[in-house]
Write a protein that binds this ligand. Structure first.
Ligand SMILES: Nc1ncnc2c1ncn2[C@@H]1O[C@H](COP(=O)(O)OP(=O)(O)OP(=O)(O)O)[C@@H](O)[C@H]1O
Length: 442
């Protein structure tokens, strides 16, 4: 029988050389709250440290290039690193069980915006990844429940950056919401232990329009997948959105005119009575108020409104009727209606029609007429164009996360050609869509 051995931890010191090519090392360090040790806090995905496979989160730094880091602040260690060139020698006590990233890679659409420079709670500002509404992010590391690592798909070659986790972002949004309007910034103060980024100080643009660095309340990330419509499947609904007068109707009309066998509008419903020259199902579906309201209450109306005492609206079934014929349904929608249309059933592809610059608009709309029920032949005035621009900005900042594509409507022919190409791509090429749309039918 073995005698009782007293246990002892054997700390194996390891010397790790890292050759710094450019000045990115891609790791953060922090000081242990109790022991004062300098530890590797985080290894950034895609950075030099991660690629070397030699340093892990939790490793304790003992020396850097022969200089002891004992008793130093993380900032002082960063300074030593900043002065070092070529091969950097780290003497470390390796962590006993290095963390493994067991999460699969997921892609999300950012439904809000995030500005690390405005977020005092981020453990390391320089390692933060700023993003805007609608950006598609590749989440590469979810080991930390609060801070994930992600890359923008438009920038997959770079090393990852820190973003707040879904859970943290939701919590912060809620706190911010409740703290309004009396203490707009107190919620951001946090006792999170600061980390220092061992890499070059990336400079980020600080957003000016954001109400706070965490954006608006709502689901902060939407999981997305690449989806390509099978040629045998129904077409995706094409939704056009834009400020009044920008040319949404004109573009829709022109697109349908190009190929009426392929593109079609949905026939709207109305509660007004049919005129003698009209035909039920051609201009409108003429229904009773009760029928209309039951469609509304059962969420089968994509949008509706009242005009001169009568209800008007477009139903999901009317859109489906066009899709069932194998055609591409093109409809314009108020931005508030996008969320209602965003279903697995319709898989809408949303195109935002945007005005161009004021000077361009003045030129291109010189002979254009505002089309309303009250004024005939009224030309666009400067105020109209200004109002259109302001509204476009508001729409973009409020609903930009839902836009799959943006077209600037300056020259009508160009805009129409861009629309045709975008619509074809939406139907025939892979696009990012909410993961829930393809879970069961693929
Ligand atoms: N690129 C363009 N160049 C010149 N005129 C244009 C252009 N786009 C649209 N127009 C004209 O601008 C006017 C308004 O366009 P349209 O009716 O399509 O606006 P809208 O976005 O549908 O707005 P609303 O919803 O208020 O009707 C029309 O007379 C249209 O012919």
């Amino acid at each position: 029988m073995k005698g009782k051995l007293s246990e002892a931890l054997i700390y194996s010191l390891r010397i790790i050389p890292l050759i710094r090519d450019i000045d990115q090392l891609g790791a953060t360090i922090k000081r242990h709250e109790m022991t004062g040790d300098i530890l590797v806090a985080r290894v950034i995905h895609g950075g030099l440290v991660e690629r070397s496979g030699l340093l892990y989160a939790g490793d304790k730094l003992v020396e850097v290039n022969g200089i002891s880091v004992e008793g130093l602040d993380p900032e002082q260690v960063i300074h030593i690193l900043a002065m070092s060139r070529g091969t950097i020698m780290f003497k470390v006590v390796p962590v006993l069980d290095p963390p493994v990233n067991s999460h699969k890679m997921v892609y999300v659409r950012a439904m809000t915006e995030y500005w690390p420079q405005e977020d005092p709670a981020i453990p390391c500002m320089d390692a933060g990844l700023p993003f805007q509404k609608g950006d598609i992010l590749q989440i590469v590391d979810q080991n930390d429940a609060l801070w994930w690592q992600a890359r923008k798909i438009s920038d997959l070659g770079t090393c990852a950056g820190l973003i707040p986790s879904n859970h943290l972002l939701k919590r912060k949004q809620r706190e911010f919401w409740w703290s309004q309007p009396y203490q707009p910034h107190n919620h951001l103060k946090s006792a999170i232990y600061k980390e220092e980024f061992v890499g070059c100080g990336q400079k980020f643009y600080i957003g000016t329009g954001a109400s706070n660095c965490y954006g608006a309340v709502g689901a902060p990330y939407e999981e997305v997948v690449r989806y390509q419509r099978h040629p045998a499947n129904k077409h995706r609904l094409i939704v056009l959105v834009g400020p009044s007068g920008v040319g949404v109707n004109e573009l829709r009309r022109q697109l349908i005119e190009l190929n009426p066998n392929r593109f079609q509008s949905a026939v709207p419903h109305t509660t007004r009575s049919k005129k003698s020259y009209e035909m039920d199902g051609r201009e409108y579906h003429y229904v009773s108020k009760e029928t209309f309201e039951s469609l509304m209450y059962s969420h089968r109306m994509l949008e509706y409104g009242e005009y001169k005492g009568h209800l008007y609206g477009t139903s999901v079934d009317a859109v489906q009727a066009v899709l069932d014929e194998g055609k591409i349904c093109v409809m314009d929608l108020e931005p508030q209606g996008i969320q209602v249309a965003r279903t697995q059933e319709l898989k809408p592809y949303v195109i935002f029609i945007k005005p161009s610059s004021m000077s361009c608009m003045k030129r291109s709309r010189k002979n254009a007429k505002i089309i309303t029920d009250y004024f005939v032949d009224m030309k666009f005035k400067e105020e109209d164009l200004q109002e259109m621009e302001d509204l476009a900005q508001k729409m973009e900042s409020q609903f930009g996360q839902f836009f799959d594509h943006v077209i600037v409507n300056d020259n009508l022919q160009d805009a129409c050609a861009q629309l045709l190409s975008a619509v074809q791509k939406a139907q025939e090429e892979p696009q990012w869509v909410p993961a829930t749309w393809v879970s069961s039918d693929n």
